[in-house]
Design a protein around this ligand. Structure first.
Ligand SMILES: *[C@@H]1O[C@H](CO)[C@@H](O)[C@H](O)[C@H]1NC(C)=O
Ligand SMILES: *[C@@H]1O[C@H](CO)[C@@H](O)[C@H](O)[C@H]1NC(C)=O
Length: 365
C-alpha cells in the first residue's frame, strides 16, 4: 500500500516534470545572431576591447548594472523577446546557459563582428559569423541530449530568429581608416555587392541549420551616428559617404531576401528597414519625445562622438530624451520605438510583413 502510494507520487512528479519540459519546448524559442546591436554579453567572456561590461552601460537596466549590452538598458532583441519569447535568453557563453534554460533559445551575437571575417580584426578575439553558426550547431546537439532529436527539431523550426550584422563591415572595415585594404580592393558599389553575396551564404546556412522565421535587419543610417557626425561631417549633418553606403546596401539586402524566399518558396526571411525607422527618429525627434538626436548621451568630444563611453565620459541625465546612447548605439527608448515599428509597421518598413503578422500566421499552424 505504502509502496504503491509512493510510486504514484513519484509517477505524478515525473509526469509534472515531463509536462513542464514539454511546455517549455513548445513555447517559442528565440535565437539571436550578429553584432553589438544585439550582443547581450558574449564578449564579457572574451579577451576583446569590444565590450560593454562597465558602467555607465546598463545604468537603466533593471539591475542598474552593466551586462554587456551596448545600451543604457534593454536592447532590441530583449524587447522582441519580451513580446514573443518563452523566457530569458542568455548569451551562449554564459555558464548559466545549461539544462532547461537552453530551451528558451540562445544569443550568439558578438560585438565588433561583421559579415566578413576581416571585419573587426582590431577587436581581436570576437565570435565571427561562421563561428556563431558553429555554436548554433553545438547548441542543437546539447538540446538533443536534453529533449531528443525530434523535439529539438520542432523547437528550432518553431523558433523566432533575429540577425543584425553588416554595419561593422562599413564603419569598422571599409571606412575604418583612409585607404583601408577593402576600400583599395573595391569601389563602394562593388563592396556592397560582395557583402550581399557573402551575407546570402550566411543566411542560407542559418536556414539549413533549421531557421524558419528569420528577422534580418538592414544597417541603420550609419552616417548619422554621433561617431560619424563627429569625425566626417563638415556641417553637423549626417556623413554623406556613409549615408550613401547605407542607401546602396539596404535595398539590395531586401532584394536578396526576397530572392531567398522565392527560392525556398516560403516567407522565411523578414527584412526590417532599420535605416528608415531610425531616420524617422533622427529627422523628427520631437514627434517621438526626443530632444537630442545627433549628440550621444554618453561620450566626449563633438556630439559626444569620440572614443568610448566610460565613467570619465559626459553622461546625460535623462536617457529618454536621446536617440543615441553612445557614439554608435541607440538608447533603450529608441530601441523601444524601433521594436514597436517592427511589430506594427507597413511593408515600407517590414518586408514582406511585420512581426504581429508573423506571430498571427505561425500561431495558426
Ligand atoms: C571565414 O573563416 C572561416 C574559418 O576560417 C571560413 O570557413 C569561412 O569560409 C570564412 N568566410 C569568408 C566569407 O571568408
Ligand atoms: C501589420 O501588417 C499588417 C499587414 O500589412 C497590417 O494590416 C497591420 O495593420 C500591421 N500591424 C499590426 C499591428 O498587425
Amino acid at each position: 500500500m505504502a509502496f504503491s502510494a509512493i510510486s504514484c507520487v513519484i509517477l505524478g512528479l515525473l509526469i509534472l516534470v515531463m509536462e513542464d519540459v514539454a511546455l517549455h519546448a513548445e513555447a517559442r524559442a528565440f535565437f539571436v545572431f550578429g553584432d553589438s546591436l544585439v550582443d547581450s554579453g558574449n564578449n564579457n567572456y572574451l579577451a576583446t576591447t569590444a565590450r560593454a561590461d562597465s558602467p555607465p552601460y546598463g545604468i537603466d537596466y533593471p539591475t542598474r548594472r552593466p551586462t554587456g549590452r551596448f545600451s543604457n538598458g534593454l536592447n532590441i532583441p530583449d524587447l522582441i523577446n519580451e513580446k514573443i519569447g518563452s523566457g530569458p535568453v542568455l548569451p551562449y557563453l554564459n555558464p548559466r546557459l545549461r539544462g532547461r534554460a537552453l530551451l528558451n533559445g540562445a544569443n550568439f551575437a558578438s560585438a565588433g563582428i561583421g559579415i566578413l571575417n576581416d571585419t573587426g580584426i582590431q577587436f581581436l578575439n570576437i565570435i565571427r559569423m561562421y563561428r556563431q553558426l558553429q555554436y548554433f550547431e553545438e547548441y542543437q546537439q546539447r538540446v538533443r541530449a536534453l529533449i531528443g532529436a525530434r523535439r529539438t527539431k520542432q523547437l528550432v523550426h518553431g523558433a523566432f530568429v533575429h540577425i543584425t550584422v553588416g554595419g561593422n563591415d562599413f564603419v569598422n572595415n571599409y571606412y575604418l581608416i583612409p585607404y583601408s585594404a577593402r576600400s583599395q580592393q573595391f569601389a563602394l558599389p562593388d563592396y556592397v555587392k560582395h557583402l550581399i553575396s557573402e551575407y546570402r551564404k550566411i543566411l542560407l546556412s542559418l536556414y539549413k541549420l533549421g531557421g524558419r522565421r528569420i528577422l534580418v535587419t538592414g544597417t541603420g543610417p550609419m552616417g548619422c551616428a554621433p561617431a560619424e557626425v563627429a569625425t566626417r561631417s563638415t556641417n553637423g549633418g549626417c556623413s554623406a559617404e556613409l549615408q550613401r553606403a547605407a542607401s546602396l546596401y539596404n535595398p539590395q539586402l531586401v532584394d536578396m531576401l526576397k530572392g531567398l524566399n522565392r527560392k525556398i518558396g516560403k516567407d522565411v526571411f523578414i527584412g526590417a528597414n532599420i535605416r528608415q525607422m531610425n531616420l524617422d527618429l533622427i529627422t523628427n525627434p520631437k514627434a517621438y519625445g526626443f530632444t537630442i538626436s545627433k549628440t550621444a548621451c554618453c561620450g566626449q568630444g563633438p556630439y559626444n562622438g569620440l572614443g568610448l563611453c566610460t565613467m570619465a565620459s559626459n553622461l546625460c541625465s535623462n536617457r529618454n530624451l536621446y536617440v543615441f546612447w553612445d557614439a554608435f548605439h541607440p538608447s533603450e527608448k529608441a530601441n523601444r520605438l524601433i521594436v514597436q515599428q517592427m511589430f506594427s509597421a507597413p511593408t515600407k518598413y517590414m518586408d514582406p510583413m511585420n512581426i504581429s503578422t508573423v506571430v498571427a500566421l505561425d500561431s495558426r499552424i
